[in-house]
Design a protein around this ligand. Structure first.
Ligand SMILES: Nc1ncnc2c1ncn2[C@@H]1O[C@H](COP(=O)(O)OP(=O)(O)OP(=O)(O)O)[C@@H](O)[C@H]1O
Ligand SMILES: [Mg+2]
Length: 501
């Protein structure tokens, strides 16, 4: 790695109203290195990245790029100079082709202003090759790709022009194990070509694995730097939060004798086939499989959002196969979806509405009138409990940090006592400290007799929380294990459907 500094930030500050998102942050990025930025939810990571990528303006401070003062008018301006970003909340155009997504707003035009499709095809195919995808997918719409491949297309978009600095804001939070591995290979390849990478993730083991340098943000201030050789997971967590925390939360507990929820031979072609399992009160059942294995689709069918074609769902012995969401909620079967953008949050509504369970009967009187004071108080308690960084309950939820939005969504459901709770990727994008808090809370619920199903692509999370673990591959259950008798290898083998040699 050369020691040449490609990008230098000096005393960057940025406020949003009264929120000081960044204060005097300085760092240097060398050519061909991976510099990771870590910090709790709301620490200012994405804000810093958006400033470097020209999507936000800093209030104070300077950025130097290749030795010259950098002044960016727009993200496109940054791309032209060689700085690209893949945002934390991916902005894809689902109904447009992969090709159009790669070139959005940056089409190749000839002098007489006609779009040069052939040239664009060639350039795009080359970019896709760099991320291990075939040019054949260029005519597909984005929605036809798995989330993992969509992410790779966004990375291809980032690097197709002479990219010198690539910013990846939590790229692995939506990727499965294998897709993450593929990404790490791509990163190594880019590095060897001299591309510098700024990398954000809440998964500390991967940070330690792929970074050359690490900087730590806390409440908008740079509080430390580390090199992976000398750091441990514990030392990083302490630097991030100013305290050490215990990530092991599992506790033995009493479980019901009989299944409260039984799924029998449930099928919905081509999404999943012949799914059978049961979960007991007080039991935590983990579901592990690659993105696209059918996990969320099964959850949605149980919750009544979709109707399976055949098979049965029984709740306390009663057939609820064809019930809708409202009846499921009435029976206290809750589903917290993975995609907070599309299904979970009401973007422009205030934080309070998003965090409140006022649509359930807990907060309304017998005439259905909501007790506003109680609602406000409960929401405030949760804001504090999950340390959600927000100036007040009235600002719109999309100005929270990525993890802040996720916390808001989760605790809305945890406020109310469920009987069956299905959590789909519950800690995606959540910092390790809060993740441990949410895990503890899930264990508490199970102790109170709630049957919990946790769908997660985060293998350590599945192994930490679950009493039993089901693995899925292409819409079918491939194995069920209990926590006493399972290894990481068993789970991966079955989720990837690798047969014994
Ligand atoms: N557009 C905005 N308007 C108001 N406040 C904002 C806006 N964008 C960010 N903030 C605030 O700035 C702070 C830093 O947010 P940022 O998104 O940079 O955090 P982060 O470190 O990326 O967190 P996460 O790990 O959750 O993604 C937060 O308090 C956030 O609520
Ligand atoms: Mg962020």
């Amino acid at each position: 790695m050369s020691e040449e500094i490609i990008l230098k930030a000096e005393s960057i500050s940025k406020s949003f109203g009264g929120v000081k998102a960044l204060q005097n942050v300085s760092f240097e990025l060398k050519r061909g290195e991976v510099l990771s930025v870590i910090g709790e939810n709301g620490a200012g990571k994405s804000t810093l990245m958006k400033i470097i990528a020209g999507a936000l303006k800093n209030d104070k401070g300077e950025i130097y790029f290749e030795g010259e003062k950098l002044s960016l008018k727009s993200p496109l301006d940054a791309v032209k100079k060689g700085i690209s970003i893949v945002y934390q909340e991916p902005n894809i155009f689902a109904d447009m082709s992969v090709l159009e997504n790669i070139f959005m707003g940056n089409e190749v035009v000839s002098r007489n202003k006609t779009i040069q499709w052939t040239k664009m095809y060639e350039e795009a195919a080359t970019a896709l090759e760099l991320v291990g995808l075939s040019g054949d997918i260029l005519h597909l719409t984005m929605s036809e790709l798995s989330i993992g491949n969509q992410q790779l297309v966004l990375i291809a978009r980032g690097i197709y022009k002479k990219c010198k600095v690539l910013i990846l804001d939590e790229p692995t939070s939506i990727l499965s194990h294998n897709e993450s591995e593929k990404l790490f290979e791509i990163i190594a390849d880019l590095k060897s070509r001299g591309v510098s990478i700024m990398y954000i993730s809440h998964r500390i083991p991967e940070i330690l694995r792929i970074s050359d340098h690490i900087i730590i943000l806390r409440d908008g201030c740079l509080t430390g730097a580390a090199v992976p050789k000398e750091a441990t997971e514990e030392s990083i967590i302490t630097a991030m939060s100013g305290r050490s925390i215990n990530m092991s939360v599992y506790e033995e507990r009493k479980q019901g004798e009989k299944d409260i929820l039984e799924v029998k031979n449930l099928s919905y072609d081509p999404l999943f086939q012949d799914i059978s399992f049961g979960v007991r009160p007080g039991q935590i059942l983990g579901m592990y499989g690659l993105v696209g294995a059918g996990r969320s689709e099964i959850a949605r069918a149980i919750f009544g959002e979709t109707n399976a074609q055949s098979g049965q769902v029984l709740f306390e012995g009663e057939d609820i196969t064809h019930m809708g969401i409202n009846q499921a909620i009435e029976k206290r079967i809750f589903y917290v979806p993975e995609d907070r953008g599309a299904q979970g949050l009401f973007d422009i509504h205030p934080v309070r509405d998003n965090m409140s369970v006022s649509f359930l009967d807990g907060l309304s009187n017998k005439f259905g009138i909501i007790n506003k004071k109680k609602e406000k108080q409960l929401v405030q308690e949760n804001i504090e409990k999950y340390s959600i960084k927000t100036p007040n309950q009235d600002i719109s939820v999309n100005s929270l940090s990525g993890g802040g939005q996720q916390k808001g969504l989760i605790c809305r459901w945890l406020l109310e006592k469920p009987k069956v709770l299905i959590l789909d990727e519950p800690t995606r994008g959540i910092d390790v400290m809060t993740k441990a808090e949410i895990h503890k809370y899930v264990i508490e619920l199970a102790k109170e007799g709630v049957a919990v199903i946790v769908i997660s692509s985060d293998l350590p999370e599945v192994m930490e929380l679950s009493d039993d673990i089901i693995t899925l591959y292409k819409g079918r259950i491939t194995a069920r294990f209990d926590r006493e008798h399972v290894t990481e290898e068993d789970i991966l083998k079955n989720a990837l459907n690798l047969k014994e040699e």
